[in-house]
Design a protein around this ligand. Structure first.
Ligand SMILES: NC(=O)c1ccc[n+]([C@@H]2O[C@H](COP(=O)([O-])OP(=O)(O)OC[C@H]3O[C@@H](n4cnc5c(N)ncnc54)[C@H](O)[C@@H]3O)[C@@H](O)[C@H]2O)c1
Length: 404
């Protein structure tokens, strides 16, 4: 099969690598540097499996910035462009998805287009109706950043959404699901073909459940901290209940990363004319948690000032990333803490070795860990790292189990 993939980010590149084991795949991106790296067999993303797969030289994968070259004779086009949340319109900005679809249809009427980007509930059906285009499917992506290709090689499930009243579409959806499952390492991958609107809902409800769970344990921690109780003990006791389970329960500064904050907001927006209390609470809980964490840090700073031990204490932000192994800081929760602290006039120093800029939103950035530890009176860390051990008394973290 000839497959084109629009967008060589976490989703596009991992799907391209998976399919390129046995299909002829051309990736398209608007960033020439990404295209050049992929053509040199180098992953533009920090991801061990992607790096190994691209470097192996075994994939039938090339990249281009030229849509015509990629789309002209493709039988399948996977769209994996960004869908950032637009607070003005209260919805995902789907313009990059539409521009990729426009570029395909300008030169190729026949290709089946599979949207892998996360989109609002009802989006694909609406697009099919308004454009009179029946060759549009949606397949939700469940990968985690840092394990992008791994999660495609070992998928929890493969879901492809279509117009179930159209037998031709159902057959195409089954064919695409089989292509994804065939690329996986695991046998017997759970596979479901369903309506595209249901498939869109699966993606948003799954991520909102994850955000709910993070918020639940964070709010448990807020309660314990406010009442002087041992959060660890409470979580251990709660999670021995098999229906709760001892996983994904480590407190943090809030859920973050590219997907959970925007997907929860989109699902809440989709509830516009439907009664709900919980969906709004999941969005609101993240703000409440960040307010609490920022208050705790500011209290520490105020104590230092009152005690007279520091005149103008500096708060250190240890890493801007969301998780220990992450290679980007899109919507990481520590940035919300940093913003709140700075709004109170407290100066902030950032330690982020992967950021090659002298400042981040007006705060100095350093790569010198020793001077960072020395200069900062309080160090906030969403995730603990043993390199902070010698200044443990300065560190404010809620990473109680030292896990993600
Ligand atoms: N990152 C995740 O963990 C994850 C997981 C599941 C779903 N998703 C969803 O998948 C989509 C993509 O996310 P991502 O993390 O891969 O994004 P990304 O920012 O890592 O990659 C998107 C790529 O698309 C390129 N691009 C933008 N407009 C384009 C166009 N018109 N034609 C070709 N390329 C274009 C960008 O240059 C970029 O390289 C989003 O909708 C996201 O919500 C992401």
């Amino acid at each position: 099969m000839r497959v084109a993939v629009a967008g060589l980010g976490y989703v596009g590149l991992s799907v391209a690598a998976l399919l390129a084991k046995s299909h002829d795949v051309v990736g398209v991106d608007v960033v020439p540097q990404k295209v050049a790296l992929v053509n040199q067999g180098v992953s533009p993303i920090k991801d061990a499996d992607l790096e190994a797969a691209l470097g192996s030289g075994l994939l039938h994968l090339r990249a281009t910035t030229d849509p015509t070259e990629a789309y002209a004779d493709a039988e399948w086009v996977v769209v994996a462009t960004p869908t950032n949340y637009d607070d003005e319109t209260n919805s995902f900005d789907t313009s990059a998805v539409e521009s990729a679809i426009d570029a395909v249809r300008a030169i190729n009427e026949d290709a089946t287009i599979v949207i892998k980007s996360t989109i609002p509930v009802g989006y694909t059906a609406n697009l099919r109706a308004t454009r009179g285009d029946q060759r549009l499917l949606f397949s939700p992506e469940f990968l985690r950043e840092g394990r992008a290709l791994y999660d495609n090689l070992h998928p929890s499930r493969v879901i492809v959404g279509c117009d179930e009243s159209d037998s031709g579409q159902v057959a195409k959806a089954e064919e695409f699901a089989a292509m994804l499952a065939a690329g996986a390492v695991d046998a017997d991958v759970p596979t479901i073909v369903m309506g595209s609107t249901e498939a869109e809902a699966v993606k948003l409800f799954a991520n909102t459940y994850l955000a709910l769970r993070v918020s639940f344990f964070n709010e448990l921690d807020t309660y314990a901290a406010a009442k002087g109780l041992d959060t660890r003990r409470i979580i251990q006791g709660v999670c021995l209940e098999p229906r709760v389970g001892d996983f994904y329960n480590n407190p943090s500064f809030g859920y973050g990363g590219y997907c959970l904050p925007k997907d929860t907001k989109q699902l809440l927006a989709n509830y516009a004319d439907v009664p709900q209390s919980l969906m709004g609470a999941v969005v609101e809980a993240n703000r409440t948690r960040k307010d609490f964490v920022a208050d705790e840090v500011c209290d520490r700073i105020m104590r230092l000032i009152y005690e007279g031990s520091e005149e103008r204490p500096l708060v250190g932000v240890y890493r801007l990333t969301m998780k220990s192994g992450s290679d980007n800081f899109r919507a990481s929760s520590i940035q919300g803490i940093m913003r709140r602290i700075k709004n109170r006039g407290i100066p902030v120093l950032v330690y982020e070795p992967t950021l090659d800029e002298p400042d981040f939103y007006g705060s100095e950035v350093t790569h010198d860990l020793e001077s960072f530890k020395h200069r900062c009176a309080v160090i906030v860390a969403n995730r603990w790292n043993d390199e902070l051990s010698d200044v443990e008394q300065k560190v404010y973290t809620r990473d109680l189990f030292h896990s993600d």
